[in-house]
Design a protein around this ligand. Structure first.
Ligand SMILES: Nc1ncnc2c1ncn2[C@@H]1O[C@H](COP(=O)(O)OP(=O)(O)OP(=O)(O)O)[C@@H](O)[C@H]1O
Ligand SMILES: [Mg+2]
Length: 283
């Protein structure tokens, strides 16, 4: 069991008051709201009661070790997984148990950059980017192509990339294409699952800058999962740490380095020794 942050030091009380003040937001400012979200697979409790509020235009970053439930949380919010219990509200409406039709109607609000990029190997870059628009046939093929080119430009890639296939791109270019796809429909909320994993530090920096730029241009609310602390610090307004299916710490990005939470400190400093024990073998 994770220990709670000690709140009785003067610093702790000051921090709590600061956080309370920051969190004293109007209900209408909240874009995504989670209450007691649980997800169980058979005997395995992956999410054990998550409470989280993300305000409009806020960049929330979730950190946590491998297997702590980050991707399950993201998939539960976007509806790829149905939570076992709890409430997930987007713009004040409950979305935890929607029918597939209701969910499809809501999906236009989301852009998602999946862990690993998840581009379709058999489709050229431009069709990957405007995949949804091509499916809905709302726009002509020509308009879709032009939209793909403009999205490529937004992530710093030229039109020459449009007709290449994902296998012909470097890892960094694939991430940019995945980002172009995530922003293709001008979403209100963008989800990023490990956007910089597998990239060198310079390309990670480029992707981080693009995420900030594209989100600002759209005025989007963003939900990012990352192990990469440089990325977290660059992207985040607020950070929350997931450990064994629970949020064990939440705060502003500036509070991260003095969290007074031994789990957070071990994680952000990458120490092998501490309260977090890495499971080598799955139970
Ligand atoms: N569809 C599923 N069925 C059963 N168990 C699952 C399923 N999806 C995830 N899990 C389990 O849930 C746990 C959390 O997985 P998750 O993918 O959320 O981890 P994560 O925090 O994203 O890790 P990483 O940083 O390695 O991506 C893991 O033990 C995983 O095996
Ligand atoms: Mg994951």
């Amino acid at each position: 069991m994770a220990k709670k942050t000690t709140l009785f030091s003067v610093k702790g009380i000051q921090m709590l008051l600061r956080r309370r003040k920051k969190r004293a937001v109007r209900e209408t400012d909240v874009k995504i709201s989670l209450r007691n979200v649980q997800k169980v697979f058979g005997e395995k409790k992956v999410l054990r009661g998550i409470d989280l509020d993300i305000c409009k235009g806020e960049s929330m970053v979730i950190i946590g070790g491998s297997g702590s439930g980050k991707s399950v949380l993201l998939k539960s919010i976007i509806g790829l997984l149905e939570p076992s219990r709890g409430s997930i509200k987007i713009d004040g409406s409950e979305v935890a148990h929607l029918s597939s039709r209701e969910r499809n109607n809501m999906m236009h609000k989301f852009g998602v950059l999946f862990q690993g990029g998840a581009l379709f190997d058999s489709l050229p870059v431009w069709k990957n980017i405007v995949f949804t628009s091509l499916q809905t046939k709302k726009y002509s093929k020509r308009d879709c192509y032009d939209l793909a080119i403009s999205k490529l430009a937004q992530v710093g890639l030229g039109a020459d990339v449009a007709r290449l296939f994902p296998s012909e791109l470097s890892g960094g270019m694939q991430k940019r294409v995945a980002l172009a796809r995530a922003i293709a429909d001008d979403p209100e909320i963008i989800f990023f699952d490990e956007p910089t994993t597998g990239l060198d530090p310079i390309m990670s920096g480029v992707i981080n800058d693009l995420i900030v730029k594209c989100s600002e241009e759209l005025g989007a609310t963003t939900f990012t999962i990352t192990h990469d602390m440089r990325s977290a610090k660059k992207i985040a307004d607020n950070i929350a740490m997931l450990y064994e299916g629970k949020m064990i710490w939440q705060g502003g990005v500036k509070d991260l380095n003095h969290s007074e939470n031994e789990y957070v400190e071990q994680f952000i400093n990458g120490r092998a020794k501490g309260p977090i024990q890495m499971k080598i073998k799955e139970e």
